[in-house]
Design a protein around this ligand. Sequence first.
Ligand code: 5GP
Length: 190
Amino acid sequence: MKALEEKILKEGTVLPGDVLKVGSFLNQRVDTVFLKKMAEETKRLFEGIEVTKVLTVEASGIAFATAVAMELGVPMVFAKKHPSANVSGEQYFSPVYSFTHKTTYDIAVSKEYIQPTDKILITDDFLANGNALKGLIDIVKQAGAKVAGCCAEIEKGFQGGGDALRAAGYKVESLAIVEKMENGSIVFRG
Ligand code: 5GP
């Protein structure tokens, strides 16, 4: 998505450790007009594929997943990262290694929110090594549901998570794929 690439070049900052900071429009301050455009583009990319739910992980995945789910007219479910008093009943769990926090934690989804008949579009803000998406795929499988595809707002292609999932047969679409981040400059996959 050209407009997203332009926005990343204009507003993004490369931090040490291969972290791209896009807090001005995506991670902390959310550009809602642009978010809608990204959701519309996601709908276009998954045209013709049946989706009954959008699944993401808290916290920074929620805005995009909600916007996509609204475009598709389906519910959005997010996995919790922390044990919560608001969750009752049985849950699916999957361990996820966090790229940003360098620790492993369990993500959890209440069993009542995913049915075996669901066709699930998994979304996230970033796709790096693919651990967050793999954890969400694991939860969809535990529920006996189907993965309709995966979509990240920004994929860091050089970290390989997206290509590994494509090689495993999943439809993975990212709205922008960063191929290189060197000396503060950002190069997109052509
Ligand atoms: P993965 O699990 O694919 O290695 O990393 C994806 C997760 O880590 C996303 O949920 C995202 O929150 C976080 N993440 C990974 N790389 C970046 C980055 O460069 N910038 C930001 N803001 N978050 C990232």
